[in-house]
Design a protein around this ligand. Sequence first.
Ligand code: ZN
Ligand code: ZN
Length: 368
Amino acid sequence: MHADRLARVRAAMADQRVDGCLLSVGADLPWLIGYEAMPLERLTMLVVPRDGVATLVIPELEVPRVRVDDDVFRLRPWGETEDPVAIVAELLGAASRAAIGNRTWAQFLVALQRARPSTTFTTTSELIGPLREVKDPDEVAALRRAAQAVDRIAAALQAGDIPLVGRTEAEVSAELSRRILAEGHQRVNFAIVAAGEDAASPHHEPGPRVIRPGEVVLCDFGGTMLTDSGAGYCSDITRCVVTGQPTDEMAEVYAVLHEAQAAAVAAGRVGTPAEDVDAAARAIIADAGFGDRFVHRTGHGIGVEEHEDPYIVTGNRRPLVAGNAYSVEPGIYLPDRFGFRLEDIVVATDDGPEALNRADHRLVPVDA
Ligand code: ZN
Ligand code: ZN
C-alpha cells in the first residue's frame, strides 16, 4: 500500500515537474509511509526524489520508533552534532523545483532555501492533497470505525448518561475526551462543549460556565484512531441536546437546521460540485430567514487530518468523486442566545452519499 502511494506521488511529481518532495510534520508523512514525525526542533524529513530511493532523515534517537519498509524508504539517522538541513539539501541535489509539506516548520524551509538558493519551493497541497482526498476502501473503513465510536458517545449524551446540569462546560468536555480515548482513539482532537449563549460561538472554548436547565448544549468532538497502516484517521461529530424541553423557538430553528443538513448530505452525489452541497444547506437556512446566521462553510474533507480537501464551500467547483470524505455541518447561531450545529461525516460513493455517523439527528431533550 505504501509503495503504491509512493508511486502515485512520483507520478504526480512527474506531472507537475516537481523534482523532489520533502515531508516532515503533518499528515502527508503518515499517509505516505505510516510514520508520524515528532513535532520537535530536531528535524525529521522524508526526501523523495522523482527517481531513486526515498530517504527518511531522522534523529538517531528516534530510529527505534520507525517501522522500516525497505520497498518504500531507507533511513538516514543523524547524530546530535550533524546538521540535518545539510543532509536534506545533499539528498535533494540540484532539484529545480521541490514541494515541501505545508505543515513543515518555517525555520526548516528558510534554512533549506539558504542551502539550496537555486531551488524553487512549492507546497505539497497540490501534489499530495488531490491523492489524499480520494480514500481507498481501507481508509473509508477506518473513518467508519472512528465515526461509529463517536456515535456511541453521542448516543450516551442523548440518553442522558453524561451528566450536564450543574457541571461546567470544561468538565463535560473532559468527560467527552475520556470517552473518545476509551472508544479506541489514540488522540483527542477537540471536544467543544458550548452551553446556552456560548453555543452561538461556533469554535467556543469550553470553560467554567455552569450548564443550567433549559439550555441548548452543543457538543462537537472527535479524535484520531490509529490503523495497522501506521496512519490515524479522524472522527468529527456535532450533536446538540437541550437540558429539559426545548422552547418553541429552539424547536423551530432546529427543524430548519435539521432539514438543511439532511438536504446537504443527500446532495453529495458523485459529479456534484462541492459548492452545490454547501448551497443545498444554505438555501434552506436562508429561506427560513437565517442566512446571515450561518457564518461558516458547510464542511471540510477529513482523513488523516481533521480538516483537509475537499472543502464544502462556495467557490469550490470541483466535482465530488467516489472516495471523497467530508463533513456536512451547517449551523445557525443566534448571538447572546443559543446556537445549533449538526454534523456528520459523509463519503461520496457511486451508489450515492454514505453518512458514516448515524447518531440520532433530532434535538433530544435530556434529563441530565
Ligand atoms: Zn466538528
Ligand atoms: Zn467538522
